[in-house]
Ligand binder design. Sequence first.
Ligand SMILES: [Zn+2]
Length: 435
Amino acid sequence: MKKFSKAVIPAAMALTMTLSTTALAGPQSNPNGPYIEGEQNISLSSYMSNEELTKTLQKLETSSKGKMKLEVVGYSNHTLDGYKTEADKGDPLYVVKFGDADPNKKRILITTQIHGNEQIGTEAAIDIIQKLSSGGQEIDEILDKVSIWIMPRINPEGSDNTFEGKWYPTRYTHQTWLPENIALPASTVAPWYYNADGSERGQANEGRVVYGIPGYDQNRDYNPNLDFRVEKEDKNKVSAFLNSKATNNSNYGGFYVTAEARTVTKVFQEFKPDVFVDVHHRGFNTLSDEDNRSVPVQVAAVVADPYTDPFSGKQYEVDEEVLKLGKQVNALANLALQRGNSHYGAVQKYPDVNLPGTALGAFALNDAAIMLIEIKGQSQTLGQKQAGMLKETVKVPLFEVFKGLADGSIHDVDTAIYDAIPESTNRIEDPSTRD
Ligand SMILES: [Zn+2]
């Protein structure tokens, strides 16, 4: 296995490093703070394993009486665009369909758990699927006008990762960089978002657990050129691109080396959604110096600047109308969370980033209005604490968006509401060295 021999920034830290302008609220100083301490046990028992997810989805399809279609659209296979044996197929990637890719309907695509250690999005997706498949007047009115496709847990291997015999979900996929397999010279350096040693932050072991299975940050493997495939490009050009630190970095789109990113992109291209929502988890913040409510979610309608594909020269830009709809979707989500007087409403905007290799970035540059939902905490830092409440912070806004798309009222939402969402600030530092 290849070791880190270069100055590679672990992908998990790359985003953190863009937050240098963000004020810090100081590290957690008591054991009841948001971060789980070394001696506290992390319980994940309420979350679904891959097997349980499959069973649940199959059951829901049966009980939906035809409303919902469950399809396997690909596998987390280790070999690119094809597998030689059944075992090589890996885990299934599902799409749950309510309605067709009908151009006369509004279309929304939702993905969860692109990072395997971010479970609550998937748990929320299951609740949403259950509600949609159970029907009723409100649901019928939505599905009459809106097609909803949901891909729960698009990183099944990271999700079901184990370490020392225990379930240990990780951010990364499972796959080894083998440049020869895609006709690149053997000396070609891996994409910068490759996690060569198979490591993840942990609550023990000085903040780092080496589970030993290499993989990728799938959410850097997308490319605004949705048809980019290493196999179709000039191999010397790709190799030179990867071998230079000036180009092998987060300013550029990814390389579509994961089966997972390829599969999700295939679904995106078939469905052509008006709106694309990707559900993540992140760290901890309080709302402001004056308001110390813990921030349950951050949202964003923009994650990528205009982009020029270095291979084809083609230019990509977020369309003005698309950006407007994205802001309206995020604004409506924010309004939905403001109702009542709880810390649901302590919403912040995700920090300003330019990440053309993320699913959201690449799809926004291909005419989808986007919403990033970032729930607080991850498997290793929050366990399943507050999971019930945090699930609601995904479900409540999404149902408002479904309704707004169905009756068209989303187009009346003032984008200034989005602009006024408080910026990310008062980040609470991780008490261990893992941050
Ligand atoms: Zn994430």
